[in-house]
Each structure stands twice: as structure tokens, then as C-alpha cells.
Ligand binder design. Structure first.
Ligand SMILES: C[S@@+](CC[C@H](N)C(=O)[O-])C[C@H]1O[C@@H](n2cnc3c(N)ncnc32)[C@H](O)[C@@H]1O
Length: 369
């Protein structure tokens, strides 16, 4: 697989300063224009985590995208054959789930953000259960399903209720959630080496973060600052919130791992990987997004650092609340000199970003303080 062409990006430039130290930690991030159905450029077992969100079958904004890859989809939709279109779109995604299983290392996890679709075709309204179809296909491909996350999205549109108003039984409930399906390749991952164990301990999250992140319903997810939030972009590109990717990368991988997003869009997963000291690879079929990702990555340093600072500040507020409540935290996190709840958090280390540079077309390097 060849790297994405630089397009209008021109010469690679430094996003946030020129200083570099010899032994500063460093991560690598690659964005390629490529079709996710063929991951031929990635070796078997070379990826530790997948965080992704495909185009959603039967959601109109993705009709053109699916139709461009398989013309039979366009005619099925035009002729009102919803089931055929739904199945053809999913057959395309099945190829990606198969490839992801191949490139993941044993014990590696895939987090797939997908929403169901409702649609009226040929005068008939119905639900197209994307999440169930993906789970079914992945089970057949050998994936092991773990408990999924319901992402409750904020919607306050006044016209969100559809159907027969206040008269039963012709109204239907509004979809206000999406799924993050969590699938594993094989058994739980092991960390046999001392270096691996140390990276795992450094990648720990705070006790109170664990309580929120490992709940099966997520709401109120935000980014931080316009350059990370992706709020405007969501309407145009289907970008997920930065914090969604940040949590998933933190929960299911360790520092130094490689995270893959085969439907990278505007590169939110790559940004989350930069912010968590993981390496990343993003694939995206729309060549026009390479410029967006390039600009976003090179300008991400200050926003990411604000997000990381806020993470520590949140923990400090939690620490203070416990003290006020007469329940002080009993352990000490050494790297940050902060009390923490458990012995597992004592080596947790959050490194601020020093530089994000473009090392070659489509290839970026981040260094840390
Ligand atoms: C839901 S969006 C992902 C948005 C992304 N999570 C973000 O935060 O920007 C799905 C993306 O998949 C891309 N896509 C669709 N089919 C693809 C394929 N076969 N290979 C690679 N990318 C594809 C679309 O162009 C779109 O950008």
C-alpha cells in the first residue's frame, strides 16, 4: 500500500515547535488513501487495537459512498428493495471485518461504532438493525463479542418524534443512541515481558475514570476546543467525538501499541493515538480528506495538551472531593505526585505532547515531554 499523496499540503512542516530530545518518547502516525476492504499492506497480527466507525448502511448520507463501490446498491435503493440494499452494503463491510481479524494480534480488540438506521422505502417505514448484522457477521468470522457500549447522543430537535403524534399505535420511538461494539480476537491478551508489564502499568487510568468508562452507557461526550471536538465536522463527515476515541484507545490498548482505523475520515482516532502515546494507522477511501487530517494533526498539540491537563485537573477535583468527604485517597501516583485510589494507578503517567511533525507524506511523528 502506498502512502497518501500529499496533495496541496506541500512541504511537511512542524506543527508545534522544533525542539526534540534524543530520548523523548516518540510515536508514529500514518494516514493512507486506501480501500479498507483490502488491507494487503498490513501484516498478519501487526495491529493491537481497531477503533473505527464505518459508513452506516441505509443512512442516506452514505448511499453515494456505498453506491460508488457497488452499483447494484444504487439500483436496489431506487427500486425500493431495502433488504437487498441493506445486505449488499453489509457484504462490503464484512470484507473489512474479515481483514481486521487477520491484521489484529491475538487478544487484540476492535471497537466498532455503528448506529442502526430507520428509513422509508417504497412507502414502507422500518428499522435496519446495523449493529445486529455486524455482530452476526463478526461471530461467523470468529470474533469473540464482549459487552457493547451504548453511546447516548444529545438530540433536542423539536421534530424528533415521528409517526402518528399522540395517537397509538402508529408512532415509533426515536433513535437517540449508537453502539460501540467491542470484539476480541481470541483470548485475553498477555503481557509476558517486564517491559510490556511496565508499559501496561504506565497506561493505567484513574479509578474514577474506570467507573465512568466501563459503564455500558456513555453520554455527554465532548471534545475539547474546536480543533478536537469535530462538532462541525460530524454533520459533513460522520466524525465521532474526540473523547469517544480517546476513551476506547485508553481502555483497550497500552502505550506503544498500534491502533488502526480503516475508516479514518477526519482522523479522530489518529488524534486520540497521539494523545495516548500509541502509534496509529488510518485508512480512508476519500482522498480529499488527507488535507483535513494533515492540518488537524499538525495543529492538534495545544488542544491535546489542554485535554490532558484537564484530565489531571479532573482527578485533582476528585481527590479534593474525597478529602472534603473525609475519605482521602490512600495511594500515591509517583509521576504526578498525586494521591490516587488504588495501587494500580501509582505508575500511571500522562505525557504532554512536545511536537507533532510531518516526517514524510502521510507520515507523522509525535514527541512527548
Ligand atoms: C463514519 S465516517 C468515519 C469518521 C471518522 N471516525 C472521523 O472521526 O472522522 C466513515 C468513513 O469511511 C470512509 N469509507 C467508506 N468506505 C470506505 C472504504 N471502503 N475504505 C476506506 N474508507 C471508506 C468514508 O469516506 C468516511 O470518511
Amino acid at each position: 500500500m502506498r502512502p497518501a499523496r500529499p496533495g496541496r499540503r506541500g512541504a511537511c512542516r512542524n506543527g508545534s515547535g522544533n525542539r526534540r530530545t534524543v530520548d523523548a518518547p516518540r510515536t508514529r502516525h500514518e494516514f493512507r488513501t486506501a480501500d479498507a476492504r483490502d488491507l494487503g499492506g498490513l501484516a498478519d497480527g501487526s495491529v493491537h487495537l481497531v477503533v473505527t466507525s464505518p459508513p452506516y448502511p441505509m443512512i442516506e448520507m452514505w448511499d453515494e459512498c456505498f453506491g460508488a463501490l457497488d452499483p447494484s446498491i444504487g439500483s436496489a435503493l431506487a427500486e425500493g428493495r431495502g433488504d437487498d440494499a441493506f445486505e449488499a452494503m453489509h457484504r462490503m463491510l464484512d470484507r473489512v471485518w474479515r481483514e481486521l481479524h487477520r491484521v489484529l494480534a491475538d487478544g487484540g480488540i476492535a471497537c466498532i461504532n455503528v448506529g442502526d438506521a430507520t428509513r422509508t422505502l417504497d412507502g414502507s417505514f422500518r428499522l435496519y438493525p446495523n449493529h445486529a448484522r455486524v455482530l452476526q457477521a463478526c461471530a461467523a468470522l470468529g470474533w469473540r463479542s464482549l459487552p457493547a457500549i451504548l453511546w447516548r447522543k444529545p438530540t433536542n430537535a423539536p421534530n424528533k418524534f415521528m409517526g402518528s403524534g399522540m395517537l397509538p399505535p402508529g408512532a415509533h420511538v426515536t433513535l437517540e443512541h449508537e453502539y460501540v461494539l467491542v470484539l476480541r480476537k481470541g483470548d485475553k491478551r498477555e503481557f509476558p515481558t517486564e517491559a510490556g508489564k511496565r508499559r501496561r502499568r504506565e497506561s493505567a487510568f484513574f479509578w474514577e475514570e474506570r467507573n465512568a468508562w466501563f459503564s455500558d452507557v456513555w453520554f455527554g461526550l465532548v471534545g475539547t476546543g474546536q480543533e478536537l471536538a469535530g462538532v462541525d465536522r460530524r454533520a459533513r463527515s460522520g466524525a465521532f467525538p474526540f473523547e469517544l476515541a480517546f476513551r476506547l484507545v485508553s481502555m483497550f490498548s497500552v502505550k506503544g501499541d498500534t491502533v488502526l482505523d480503516p475508516f479514518a475520515g477526519t482522523g479522530t482516532t489518529l488524534l486520540a493515538a497521539v494523545g495516548t502515546e500509541r502509534n496509529s494507522i488510518g485508512l480512508e477511501v476519500d482522498a480529499g480528506l488527507a488535507d483535513v487530517v494533515h492540518t488537524r494533526l499538525l495543529n492538534a498539540g495545544p488542544g491535546l495538551n489542554r485535554f490532558l491537563d484537564e484530565r489531571l485537573a479532573r482527578h485533582d477535583r476528585f481527590r479534593r472531593e474525597r478529602e472534603v468527604a473525609g475519605q482521602p485517597l490512600k495511594h500515591l501516583n509517583e509521576p504526578h505526585g498525586m494521591p490516587c485510589m488504588s495501587a494500580q494507578e501509582t505508575e500511571l503517567r500522562i505525557r504532554r505532547i512536545r511536537t507533532i511533525e510531518c516526517a514524510a507524506p502521510g507520515v507523522y511523528a509525535a514527541t512527548y515531554v
